[in-house]
Design a protein around this ligand. Structure first.
Ligand code: ATP
Ligand code: MG
Length: 103
């Protein structure tokens, strides 16, 4: 049987905001059909990591491969993935927007 394909490969990722190192040394090898959960207290860096993967934040060190391609320097619109951080989510239903358009 062939080995499952790696869909997300993060190597030695570091992310600083100024002098504060928020992501220290992140390594992820996520295979096709795997389900990955980021769990941790508020402020530990979950959203920052997702922003880095999506290309919404630059990283200070390391590399990000998506679908086998190095995307470390690729702009967000060319990564073929997306995520929406919590401040952009609707916290209350908008009656004037259909549900299908809100998600
Ligand atoms: N744009 C930014 N500039 C400076 N510091 C930031 C910025 N964004 C996040 N941080 C800091 O980085 C750290 C990680 O924040 P992040 O939002 O990634 O945490 P989180 O795990 O997603 O938290 P929560 O569970 O509350 O969503 C926090 O200390 C936060 O204050
Ligand atoms: Mg968050």
């Amino acid at each position: 049987m062939s080995e499952a394909k790696t869909v997300l490969d993060i190597q030695n990722l570091k992310k600083n905001y100024g002098s504060v190192e928020v992501l220290h040394d992140i390594n992820i090898d996520m295979k096709e059909a795997e389900f990955l959960v980021l769990l941790g207290p508020s402020g530990c860096g979950k959203s920052t990591l997702l922003n880095c993967i999506a290309g919404l934040e630059t990283i200070n060190e390391g590399a990000i491969q998506i679908g086998g391609k190095d995307m470390t320097q690729t702009p967000p619109g060319e990564r073929d993935i997306a995520w929406c951080s919590s401040p952009m989510r609707f916290t209350q239903p908008c009656r004037w927007v259909k549900i299908s358009r809100s998600v």
